[in-house]
Design a protein around this ligand. Structure first.
Ligand code: GDP
Length: 141
C-alpha cells in the first residue's frame, strides 16, 4: 500500500481559523508532513485540479469556492496513507461523517467541507505533483 497521500485544508477552514487545529489532528493521527504550503489557487488551477468533475452540476460552485481564498496544500506520509487519511477526514458530506472526524468537527456543508483527500495511490501521486516539486518534499529523518 502506498505511504503518501495528498490533502488540502480548504478555504472555508482556513477562513474560519481551523488551520492549526486541523494540522494538529493530522499530526496526532500519525501523519508526517512532507510538504506544506499556503496557496490561493486560481480559477484555472481549480478547474484543472478538479477536471474529473467538470461535467458535474456543482463544478462551477466548487471551482469558485476553491479559488475564493487560502488553501493549505499538504503531502502526507503514513502507512496506507490514502485510506488512513480518508478515515481521518470522514465522509464527503459532513452530515454523514463519523464522530471524531475532521469533517464532522470542522466542515460547513457538502461543498465547503474543510479538507480534501486523494482517493487512490495513483491520484495521490498526481495531486502531489500538481502542487509540489520534488525538492519541496522533505523527510524529517
Ligand atoms: P471527496 O473525494 O470526499 O472530496 O468527494 P468528491 O471527489 O466526490 O467531490 C469533490 C469535492 O466536490 C467535495 O469534497 C466537495 O467539496 C465538492 N462536492 C461534491 N459534491 C458536491 C455537491 O453536490 N455540491 C457542491 N457544491 N459541492 C460538492
Amino acid at each position: 500500500m502506498g505511504n503518501r497521500t495528498f490533502a488540502m485544508i480548504k478555504p472555508d477552514a482556513t477562513r474560519n481559523g481551523h488551520t492549526g487545529k486541523i494540522l494538529d489532528r493530522t499530526i496526532q493521527a500519525g501523519f508526517k508532513v512532507l510538504g506544506a504550503k499556503l496557496i490561493r489557487m486560481t480559477k484555472a488551477q481549480a478547474e484543472g485540479f478538479y477536471a474529473v468533475h467538470r461535467e458535474r452540476p456543482f463544478f462551477e460552485e466548487l471551482t469558485t469556492f476553491m479559488s475564493s481564498g487560502q488553501t493549505m496544500v499538504l503531502a502526507l506520509e503514513k502507512e496506507n496513507a490514502v485510506a488512513a487519511w480518508r478515515e481521518t477526514i470522514g465522509a464527503t458530506n459532513p452530515a454523514e461523517a463519523d464522530e471524531g472526524t475532521i469533517r464532522k468537527d470542522f466542515a460547513t456543508s457538502l461543498g465547503e467541507n474543510a479538507v480534501h483527500g486523494a482517493d487512490s495511490d495513483e491520484n495521490a501521486n498526481i495531486e502531489i505533483g500538481f502542487w509540489f516539486t520534488g525538492s519541496e518534499l522533505i523527510s524529517n529523518q
